[in-house]
Design a protein around this ligand. Structure first.
Ligand SMILES: C[S@@+](CC[C@H](N)C(=O)[O-])C[C@H]1O[C@@H](n2cnc3c(N)ncnc32)[C@H](O)[C@@H]1O
Length: 219
């Protein structure tokens, strides 16, 4: 798959996939979006000293590196699992500018997330462990032990099968009671499917450039 690196409005990089005509992040700001939707509305929702996170689409590792900073800054033990069906290669990850823009993150720390072995858990710091699973979320085995799901798939218009009821059912079951799924997407049909599988929907203001985002709660 061909991938191009693009600059977004907050000067952070994103990846563009010409075949899908889709970017990995908002063109209004990749770091900004990731902080708003996943870190603040996802991790920031909880008031507890341990969190288990499942990310659908590990991609550039941006959500993971920002979560590792959150973990350290807030003294929250984060156990993070990132599922990725199509890992990006090192030639691309070495060009991403996230370490230059995220305070407290070195280039080496960022690249290390990518160089880690797949399919095994690694302790990155006293507060952050990462397990990258090289598989499709469609093959993800149920285990209801997550507090948060970061649902960061390509949009429903370009990859509709990722927004199918069967996937959300699986994710609902993989969450603990009072767990949440956060996504940048606020499409009506997606929210209806989330409701059908049992989630309670919260419409939250979106990151700059987007009116709304969704937090779905498993009560
Ligand atoms: C919108 S991008 C976001 C990636 C990442 N969260 C980031 O910040 O860079 C969507 C990601 O989902 C991945 N993906 C596509 N199909 C998948 C599948 N069936 N299972 C897991 N990941 C998938 C893509 O390869 C891509 O990395």
């Amino acid at each position: 798959m061909k991938i191009e690196i693009k600059l977004t409005d907050d000067n952070s990089h994103t990846l563009f996939v010409p075949d899908l005509n889709e970017t990995y992040h908002s063109k209004h700001g990749a770091i900004q979006e990731s902080m708003h939707v996943f870190v603040n509305a996802g991790l920031g929702y909880f008031n507890q000293d341990k969190l288990t996170v499942l990310e659908v689409g590990f991609g550039t590792g941006l959500n993971a590196i920002l979560s590792s900073v959150f973990a350290l800054e807030n003294a929250v033990l984060v156990d993070y699992t990132g599922v990725e069906a199509y890992p990006i290669n090192n030639e691309i990850t070495q060009q991403l500018n996230y370490a230059n823009l995220i305070e407290g993150v070195s280039e080496e720390q960022f690249l290390n997330l990518h160089y880690l072995r797949w399919n095994e858990k690694t302790k990155i710091s006293n507060y952050f462990s990462l397990t990258k699973l090289n598989k499709s979320i469609k093959d993800f085995e149920l285990d209801n032990n997550f507090d948060v799901v970061f649902f960061d798939a390509f949009g429903p218009n370009v990859q509709p099968e990722m927004w199918d009821k069967s996937i959300f059912e699986n994710l609902f079951n993989s969450l603990k009671e009072n767990g949440v799924l956060v996504t940048y997407c606020a499409k009506g049909s997606v929210k209806r499917t989330l409701k059908e599988v049992g989630f309670t929907i919260e419409n939250l203001p979106g990151p700059p450039g987007k009116r709304e985002m969704t937090r779905a709660i498993k009560y």
